[in-house]
Design a protein around this ligand. Structure first.
Ligand SMILES: *[C@@H]1O[C@H](CO)[C@@H](O)[C@H](O)[C@H]1NC(C)=O
Ligand SMILES: *[C@@H]1O[C@H](CO)[C@@H](O)[C@H](O)[C@H]1NC(C)=O
Ligand SMILES: *[C@@H]1O[C@H](CO)[C@@H](O)[C@H](O)[C@H]1NC(C)=O
Ligand SMILES: *[C@@H]1O[C@H](CO)[C@@H](O)[C@H](O)[C@H]1NC(C)=O
Ligand SMILES: *[C@@H]1O[C@H](CO)[C@@H](O)[C@H](O)[C@H]1NC(C)=O
Ligand SMILES: *[C@@H]1O[C@H](CO)[C@@H](O)[C@H](O)[C@H]1NC(C)=O
Ligand SMILES: *[C@@H]1O[C@H](CO)[C@@H](O)[C@H](O)[C@H]1NC(C)=O
Ligand SMILES: *[C@@H]1O[C@H](CO)[C@@H](O)[C@H](O)[C@H]1NC(C)=O
Ligand SMILES: *[C@@H]1O[C@H](CO)[C@@H](O)[C@H](O)[C@H]1NC(C)=O
Ligand SMILES: *[C@@H]1O[C@H](CO)[C@@H](O)[C@H](O)[C@H]1NC(C)=O
Ligand SMILES: CC(=O)N[C@H]1CO[C@H](CO)[C@@H](O)[C@@H]1O
Length: 751
């Protein structure tokens, strides 16, 4: 083992703090703030001493920070809650083997409260290890099991490599993170992040007693709610759970890497890596990736899918508890069973749910040896059992985890989720197919005809037979959307259009079968239609690019047709993607061709800026502004995104700085006047009032000519669908983006 560095004065010599000679210790072995003393770990990586969190602060704390990193980064603080107001602090190891901090009047500011058992003639030392761990131990006993005290048992906001984050059942020690109140105040804030050992363990992030985030249970490979916790070349990680202890730990793969995990003052769990070239900490991972990671967003039996336009859906066999509330995107009250379980009657079955984050495990029981069949039988035996799953997904799966409560905090992943099985009514007799206006093909027929979907039969490559478009299997895509797409395309039949022959829904596959076009001219199927189509979900991910980068609009799952002279229509079911939805559609469900113009405008601005008009994170804090009305909160929350890009562009535009918007990759390769014009047109398309937006033919004319453009006004979102009349304040009832980049709410008070 490598050498150790002991508690010593500055870095010149080593001092042993002995129990026999207390006066000597106090005289020579202490660390004084006034003297600027520090101790440094053997490998020079960590340093311990007194510090102030910021230059402005006069509060003094004893802490440990990285020695070689230019930006002082504190990883541990002793007197978090009891700063010393001057530089009189002294840090010492007393004759009882207790580390303490005293101030000018010799009052104890902080104490390790350690108790030491000593053998004869054995000196007790305090030492800062290479790991950044400050320990108290017998001088000649380096076994970590025998440390009398270690700072790793009392972490602050930082989880360092080699630290055991979790619970030591033998010592009754819980090692969890508590965030700093702010960058200049290390005292513990309301945010805590630690293991909860009720049921099968999971890591829970709380604000006070309110759950914010759950890691999901360990599934043998990773926490089921952290799909991005993958084997990597930066660190290795490990989870241990036995009778003695429960912990998660990681080690850096290469000692030249500097990385730490923190719970930030804002309550975000982050992994950071030091980038020496840039002299800054780089964010490598955050546990809370998106809106779906907000604990219980979809309520009981709801499932969150961030890829969907509306994140929450009910699990199969469930329906929203409160339909109206659900529609406004307030989902927390969750879903209820469409049909009650029939436990005594033995009519219950299970529905397999793949690729998901496992629900909250606080009300679970587990058995490491049972297999899945035994697990199922066990669940059926108990009428309160709501679901079961394998405990460990490795080598085909083993162990049994049983849920005994409402299933909360489930989310869908596109890759690599875990399979759990949700108890349901027996669905084997249910008829999934609806009224299709098209012939339904049998899966086997199609499999046969395409040689089991062999590559030779890929679109355009085969020499004969029908063309198959294979619809991807999305675990939670509603049948409704698929059906709508089919019917929309079916209605668009025209001699210039490719004919849809039929479809197939079987074995989780959804396929559309088109007439074969020998010259691959499948692409024009929407543009020649007489039917005016409002797409309702125009967004970057729905614009497909062919091999020549020609854009093709896809996904007509939400499209609606307008016939004859209709110019707008109304829907009770607002669907689409927030960020691209026009205000009048998002709020009132009114859609028109101008709704797609809005979506188009957002797209234009996104293309120019290279930035996505989306991102729900940390919306929590903003929501607090709105007080208690859940309905208002959820609408507000959904609309934050609508305004963001438009307002940012508007601000630059108004200050004549809109060229700053241009994505770095485009700079130098574009014609400024063209880009300026495109931004201008983009802004016109995202105007608040549909009547202020140009229609598509005009947009095309504007883009392709030099005709003068009307001046845009500030885009935004209004709660009053009426255009303000002459004399009315135009800023009333608006949500506005304030200069501090936070959304503020202005209510018009009646006079
Ligand atoms: C710390 O050490 C200095 C001398 O180095 C001594 O004067 C002082 O009394 C010591 N303080 C304590 C609290 O032990
Ligand atoms: C704080 O003080 C140090 C040393 O005087 C200085 O290098 C640093 O720039 C200051 N930081 C700020 C934010 O003022
Ligand atoms: C030392 O700490 C005690 C307890 O916190 C406090 O009452 C006292 O004022 C402090 N003395 C000085 C000189 O700061
Ligand atoms: C040490 O014990 C005292 C008295 O019980 C307590 O106030 C203090 O918080 C403890 N210190 C630590 C670091 O646990
Ligand atoms: C660690 O990283 C350094 C710098 O990137 C590299 O030179 C060294 O070979 C690496 N060591 C190991 C064991 O991978
Ligand atoms: C569903 O019920 C049918 C008959 O009612 C039964 O044969 C079948 O095994 C049940 N399926 C499951 C998964 O329990
Ligand atoms: C786990 O299941 C096995 C097989 O059913 C059983 O023998 C064992 O007692 C169970 N263990 C616990 C801890 O319940
Ligand atoms: C099921 O839950 C109810 C209510 O919590 C409880 O009274 C009952 O004993 C439970 N039944 C079983 C078999 O655990
Ligand atoms: C399902 O519904 C279709 C159309 O209504 C019907 O033809 C078919 O027989 C039904 N299948 C079952 C298993 O009930
Ligand atoms: C397709 O696969 C099935 C099952 O794997 C097999 O029985 C069948 O012969 C295959 N058909 C062709 C045309 O390869
Ligand atoms: C332009 C072109 O590629 N035309 C082809 C369309 O398909 C027919 C039948 O395969 C061919 O004969 C044409 O050459």
């Amino acid at each position: 083992m490598k050498g150790f560095s002991f508690l010593f004065l500055s870095t010149i010599s080593t001092f042993f703090l002995t129990s026999a000679a207390i006066s000597t210790i106090s005289a020579t072995g202490n660390i004084t703030d006034a003297g600027g003393h520090t101790i440094v770990s053997d490998d020079q990586n960590f340093v311990l001493g007194f510090f102030s969190p910021t230059n402005d602060s006069t509060n003094r704390y004893l802490g440990i920070w990285y020695n070689k990193i230019q930006i002082r980064t504190v990883v541990w603080v002793a007197n978090r809650e009891t700063p010393i107001s001057d530089t009189s602090g002294v840090f010492l190891l007393d004759d009882q083997g207790v580390l303490m901090i005293v101030n000018r009047s010799n009052s104890m500011i902080w104490s390790s409260n350690s108790s030491v058992s000593r053998t004869r003639n054995n000196r007790v030392v305090a030492q800062l290890l290479d790991t950044g761990n400050l320990v108290i131990r017998n001088e000649n006993d380096i076994d970590p099991e025998n440390y009398f005290w270690q700072s790793f048992d009392y972490p602050g906001d930082t989880f360092l490599p080699n630290m055991k984050f979790g619970i030591d059942f033998r010592k009754g020690l819980e090692k969890y993170l508590t965030a700093w109140k702010s960058v200049d105040d290390p005292s513990p804030s309301e945010f805590t992040n630690g293991f909860d050992s009720d049921g099968y363990p999971q890591i829970l992030l709380r604000k006070g007693s309110v759950l914010q985030y759950s890691s999901g249970p360990w599934n043998g490979l990773r926490f089921s709610g952290m799909p991005n916790l993958q084997t990597n070349d930066i660190y290795t990680f490990r989870f241990v759970y036995d009778d003695d202890e429960l912990y998660y730990t990681y080690e850096l793969a290469n000692s030249s890497i500097v990385s730490r995990m923190i719970l930030s003052p804002e309550g975000s769990i982050q992994r950071l890596i030091w980038i020496e070239q840039k002299l800054e900490w780089n964010l490598y991972l955050t546990a809370q990736m998106d809106n779906c990671d907000r604990y219980g967003l979809c309520g009981a039996y709801g499932i969150c899918n961030i890829a969907e336009s509306r994140a929450c859906e009910c699990l199969r066999g469930f329906e929203p508890r409160f339909t109206d509330e659900w529609r406004t995107t307030y989902w927390s009250n969750g879903c209820v069973r469409k049909a009650e379980l029939n436990c005594e009657g033995g009519g219950d079955g299970f529905v397999k749910q793949s690729g998901v984050k496992l629900p909250d495990t606080r009300k679970t029981r587990f058995n490491r040896t049972m297999n899945l069949d035994e697990c199922r039988a066990e669940c059926l035996k108990n009428c309160n059992c709501t679901a079961y799953a394998n405990l460990d997904v490795r080598s085909g799966g083993s162990g049994c985890l049983l849920w005994f409560d409402d299933l909360v905090d489930i989310r869908a992943y596109s890759v690599d989720g875990v399979t759990s099985v949700v108890r349901e009514r027996n669905f084997t007799n249910e008829n999934e197919t609806k009224d299709w206006e098209l012939p339904l093909f049998n899966f086997n027929t199609i499999a046969d005809a395409t040689n089991n979907f062999s590559d030779d039969f890929k679109l355009g490559e085969g020499g004969y037979g029908p063309v198959y478009k294979r619809h991807s299997v999305k675990s939670n895509q509603g049948l409704d959307e698929f059906q709508n797409e089919v019917q929309c395309i079916a209605k668009l039949q025209h001699r210039n259009l490719v004919k849809l022959l039929g479809c197939c829904i079987e074995e989780g596959e959804r396929m559309l079968i088109y007439e074969y076009m020998p010259n691959k001219s499948l692409n024009s199927f929407i543009f020649d239609s007489r039917l005016r189509i409002i797409h309702r979900d125009l967004k970057a991910s729905n614009i497909l690019l062919d091999k020549d980068m020609n854009p093709r609009i896809s996904d007509f799952g939400l499209a609606r047709g307008l016939e004859g002279s209709d110019t707008k229509a109304n829907t009770k079911r607002v669907m689409g993607t927030y960020g691209y939805m026009s205000p009048e559609y998002a709020i009132d469900g009114i859609y028109s061709t101008k709704s797609d113009v809005f979506g188009f405008g957002v797209l234009v601005l996104e293309i120019i800026s290279g930035k996505k008009n989306r991102g729900f994170r940390h919306a929590d804090h903003d929501l607090n502004l709105l007080g208690h009305s859940n309905r208002v909160i959820s609408i507000f929350y959904a609309l934050i995104n609508i305004v963001s890009v438009g307002i940012q562009v508007w601000r630059l535009y108004k200050n004549g700085k809109h060229l700053e918007l241009i994505d770095g990759m485009m700079k130098g390769t574009c014609v400024e006047s063209e880009v300026r014009r495109a931004i201008h047109i983009g802004l016109l398309c995202v105007q608040k009032y549909p009547e202020d937006r140009p229609d598509m033919p005009l947009v095309i004319l504007m883009l392709g000519s030099e005709i003068p453009l009307p001046e845009p006004i500030q885009p935004g979102f209004y709660t009053d669908r009426r255009r303000p009349q002459e004399g009315e304040s135009s800023s009333s009832n608006y949500l506005e983006w304030s200069s501090s980049n936070r959304l503020t709410v202005t209510y018009l008070q009646p006079r």
